[in-house]
Ligand binder design. Structure first.
Ligand code: 6PG
Length: 497
């Protein structure tokens, strides 16, 4: 039985393992265990053998592990076509492992990068390995350490052929909703990592929106931390029900044992980031897609970490003009709490619409043919943004796969109309109270931009034409290209084409 094997006593037995996992940090080890627990024979390798030994010592009894002492043995123990998941540090780490493994592999074999890799790097690696006949799969995996072990949401890109080999294994270990796996073939090339990147961008927006709701409840409604935890628990019974709402209540419940203060008050208020929100924002800028909620969430983390600027502005006493509404009765305060709930839901719809728009735009541009409804379906469980709301998105794309934006799906346009009056009040209260709510405000402005009959973009076109002859179209001739001879007497309009 494999549980009796150790990394040191590798026997180059038959090439029998179904799949290999290279890199046995917590995520890699948990993925390997998940595969083994589902009856797959898993070759395991780690640069530092102690990790392999530890995995076998602690968990070898959970299934069929084939520990390997070096990369050659690791590859030799895999059945053909070979499939290797690498779970090492993104960037240089991934690059080095690919260089080490690719000479040992044969045409038809598959390398899977399960880390958070920038999709353009995945596209580059995929193209170069394709020349050697090796399938390179950029695979998004969401759900953290627990998800990797118990069932993540999995977003593999790459060729159809690679999915034919990998799909049954991956689907068996993913989270499931009513028997439906939270894993599907996303599309060719870097599509899998692209979709995971946008998942994380949405995750940033969702977290920022929840944080803004908390701040408004605390600083405008004057509620205590335990009261706010109760509000989040209450919201769990609404359309806001999600993993992130759940963990928010749990974080707010915690009392710091050292001080007896709410835990949230002893954490330094500077949010970290590993870069996926910035990638999503940067990519949206490159594609020309508006993702203001995701961008604001990313910038809010940066602003929170701008320690020197924050200290300087506080010291300068730039404070004028803030007024907080008073709540004469508990009912008035409750009404504000409910308005925040509605603002949060409206903003959340806007943020997801932006993320799906980014995926749709990239997919159309690159010919990926990503099924947006399927993306919502595989995010319903296992991943960080899992939420009841994703059922509605799945259904919305099921009813109309060509939806121009999620905002117009009947379920969401109705919800937006219900939320908008309260949402406007909340954004006003935040501005008047000097409580920053950039993602609430940007999401509202996004909806207002899309619903506007006319935008001041017309004026911008006029300005551009004035100073740079950048031309404009006329409402009565939307394809003609016009320019005004601004510098000449009479300022005549010319039609250039
Ligand atoms: C997931 C998470 C995961 C990771 C984030 C954290 O889907 O399981 O998104 O990928 O926890 O990358 O990102 P930040 O450190 O940038 O918040």
């Amino acid at each position: 039985m494999s549980s009796e094997r150790s990394a040191g006593d590798f026997v180059p037995a038959a090439a029998s393992a179904d799949i290999g996992v290279y890199g046995l940090g917590v995520m890699g080890a948990n993925l390997a265990r998940n595969l083994a627990r589902h009856g797959h024979s898993v070759a395991v390798f780690n640069r530092t053998p102690a990790r392999t030994e530890r995995l076998i010592d602690l968990h070898g009894g959970e299934g069929d592990f084939v520990p390997a002492a070096d990369p050659a043995h690791f590859v030799a123990s895999l059945r053909r076509p070979r499939a290797v998941i690498i779970m090492v540090q993104a960037g240089a780490g991934t690059e080095a492992v690919i260089e080490q493994l690719s000479p040992l592999l044969e045409p038809g074999d598959i390398i899977v990068d399960a880390g958070n890799t920038y999709y353009a790097d995945t596209e580059r690696r995929e193209a170069s390995l394709r020349e050697q006949g090796i399938h390179f799969v950029g695979m998004g995996v969401s759900g953290g350490e627990e998800g990797a072990l118990l069932g993540p949401s999995i977003m593999p890109g790459g060729t159809e052929a690679s999915y034919a080999r990998l799909g049954p294994l991956l689907e068996s270990i993913s989270a499931h909703v009513d028997g439906v796996p939270c894993c599907t073939h996303v599309g060719p090339g870097g599509a899998g990592h692209f979709v995971k990147m946008v998942h994380n961008g949405i995750e940033y927006a969702d977290m920022q929106l929840i944080a803004e709701a908390y701040d408004l409840l605390r600083r405008v409604a004057g509620m205590s931390v335990p009261e706010i935890a109760d509000v989040f628990r209450d919201w769990k019974r609404s359309e806001l029900d999600s993993y992130l709402i759940d963990i928010t209540a749990e974080v707010l419940d915690r009392i710091d044992p050292a001080t007896g203060e709410p835990f949230v008050d002893v954490i330094v208020d500077a949010a970290g980031q590993k870069g996926t929100g910035a990638w999503t924002t940067r990519t949206a800028l490159e594609l020309g897609v508006a993702v203001p909620a995701i961008a604001e969430a990313t910038f809010a983390r940066a602003a929170s970490s701008a320690t020197a600027q924050r200290a300087a502005v506080r010291a300068a006493g730039i404070n004028a003009g803030t007024t907080r509404p008073g709540f004469a009765t508990a009912a008035e305060r409750d009404a504000f709490v409910d308005a925040v709930r509605q603002a949060l839901y409206g903003s959340k719809i806007a943020a997801y619409a932006q993320g799906f728009d980014e995926i749709a735009t990239a997919s159309a541009q690159r010919g990926w043919n990503v099924d947006l409804g399927a993306m919502a379906r595989i995010w319903r469980a296992g991943c960080i943004i899992r939420a009841r709301f994703l059922d509605d998105i799945t259904r919305a794309y099921g009813e109309d796969p060509q939806l121009p934006t999620l905002l117009t799906a009947p379920v969401f346009s109705r919800a937006l109309n219900e939320a908008l009056p309260a949402w406007r009040q909340v954004v006003s209260a935040a501005a008047l109270g000097g409580v920053p709510a950039p993602a609430f405000a940007a999401s509202l402005a996004y909806v207002d931009q899309l619903r506007a009959r006319r935008l001041p973009a017309a004026l911008i076109q006029g300005q551009r034409d004035f100073f740079g002859s950048h031309t404009y179209h006329r409402v009565d001739d939307p394809v003609g290209v016009y320019h005004v001879l601004w510098a000449e007497p009479g300022r005549a309009e010319e039609k250039w084409s």
